[in-house]
Ligand binder design. Sequence first.
Ligand code: PRX
Length: 666
Amino acid sequence: MMADHSELPAEEQLYPVPAHLLDASQCPKPWVSSLEQYKEMHRQSIENPDEFFGKEATELLSWTTPFHKVHHGGLQHGDIAWFLGGQLNASYNCVDRHAMSNPDKIAIIYEADEPNQSENITYGELLRRVCQLAGALRARGIRKGDTVAIYMPMIPEAVVALLACTRIGALHSVVFAGFSAEALRDRVQDASSRVVLTADQGKRGGKTIETKRIVDDALKSCPLVETVLVAQRTGAQVPMKEGRDFWLADECSKQPGYIDPEPMHSEDPMFLLYTSGSTGQPKGVMHTTAGYLLGAAMTVKYVFDYHPGDIFACMADVGWITGHTYIVYGPLSLGATSVLFESIPTYPTPARYWEMIAKHKITQFYTAPTAIRALRRLGDDWTKGHDLSSLRILGTVGEPINPEAWHWYNDIGQGKCAVVDTYWQTETGSHIITPLPGAIATKPGSATVPFFGIDLAILDPVTGKELEGNNVTGVLVVKRDWPSIARTIYGNHQRFLETYLKPYHGYYFTGDGATRDKDGYIWIRGRVDDVINVSGHRLSTAEIESALIMHHAVAETAVIGANDDVTGQCIHAFVCVKPGISIIPGHASTLDLSKELVLQVRKVIGPFAAPKKIYLVEDLPKTRSGKLMRRILRKIVAGESDSLGDISTLADPSVVEVLIQRVAKS
Ligand code: PRX
């Protein structure tokens, strides 16, 4: 066991690379096995990116036409392009080439909601299924450049669906199956999707989700949708609309087991994924083919130190970027065996993760801090008695990990595993700040150092000047583009420029605050915009506010993120009711209204966006010019009412005292 520094402040705790990982008799030699090697490779990637990434792209990806130029354009004008002149196909890279060399290798371990219903899918089988669905999509008129909406539970068909789209050059637009019908409708409409892929029902933690019914509701106002292909997860009777809805398996069975992959240019769009920003309107982040795929492959290789024979398990949902990159494209591009987990960490018991690791001999395990915190709360007994000796790397993603949770997770690895806290975003495509397991000593709570090709800076938020040296805090930006950065927002390049490239001209603006500590390690401090991170799910305050305002009783709202021990942040909503509606704290009518408002958010966005607290109020704190002071609300909720600062600039300072009382009583 390694030394325990947990009594020291997190910044002072330095956990060296576990000796076990560097022991050639126990583990494969890490691809990057010393700090010097990391530094040298990082230097090359910044000083000579064409050579560095040209070599990686040639080694890791298969091309039908080689690229003739590595890089063009950049952050200055938002005209980013990589691997010009090259042609390749993502599904070929993730399926065919492994199916040819190793058809019986397991590509997907489907760990179903009920553990005994699991299933393995080989690369050979995956190729057949991908080709058949690709053929079925073509038969429905889908061609290169079209968008296909995917709203599916975590079943093998979801992975097949992504790869079938990329096989024929269609852009998949996966909508997380926890989104409501209205949220799905908006995303289907925005992307002009004509086909939706879904399932009859979903299964999660023993519960049944009426997936197809949600799709039916959404499609009531999506006139462009011509076809819905429905996978059978439970076999339940669900309404099928004549001429529009077809069973996915029937349509696939009519198709041949092989069709040629569509040759794609490096910069041809590969997929859209909607994410929340600081306005109410979600944006369709667009990734292109070669750069995205290279980022996915490189990070699985270097950050997860993937070696042939490893069993890779990412616990995210395929509906988020983490699922795209680390269930599907990253592991499969390298020919890995990837685990698709349909359930939740506590079903049937809180030992589920550890049982699964032992059962499949998982080598890399990747989950979110919120899951770690939730399991830690349930006690250590559940972690005992499982053979976790296959593990080498434990990853986290989605939100800052608090040191207590980090230590608990690190103990799961019994000092033999590296913990990699990976920082990245939907827009970055793959990890941008992360330890490399064989090279970087870790500090609990720090994402540590930039990945290859990432030239970081921390800026003064007001002046936009770079804060040089160590011991600085400001906004986190990247100074130059890298292969897997998003290229645009679907249908709105101007918004792409304004959101990411214009706030600090010439830099990519992450939207996060960060500190570079005395040793040069990066600590992510959370969003500096109006984005809230609940259990690693990104939500915009504006989106929740616009859901609430649709309710007839609501005049105005202010939504803020409050700290939460398990979910990281949670949503608190201040709701100002319309004149004439009386608020009597504790009274049945007032409680009913609060419940209605929570339901309203669930209906417009989805259950995961439900506010934890609703405060019904008569007034909100505003300046004389009418600007809402969210900062004051955040302080009141955090119990810091004694340090509100100057409130004399408010139009009506007495509002504050009323709010303090209201929050205290709730
Ligand atoms: O605030 C950061 C947080 O999640 C945001 C990105 O969210 P999304 O695009 O949904 O992607 C999540 C999975 C990649 C970031 O702006 N975030 C992500 N990873 C970390 C993190 N915050 C701290 N530490 C991390 N490791």
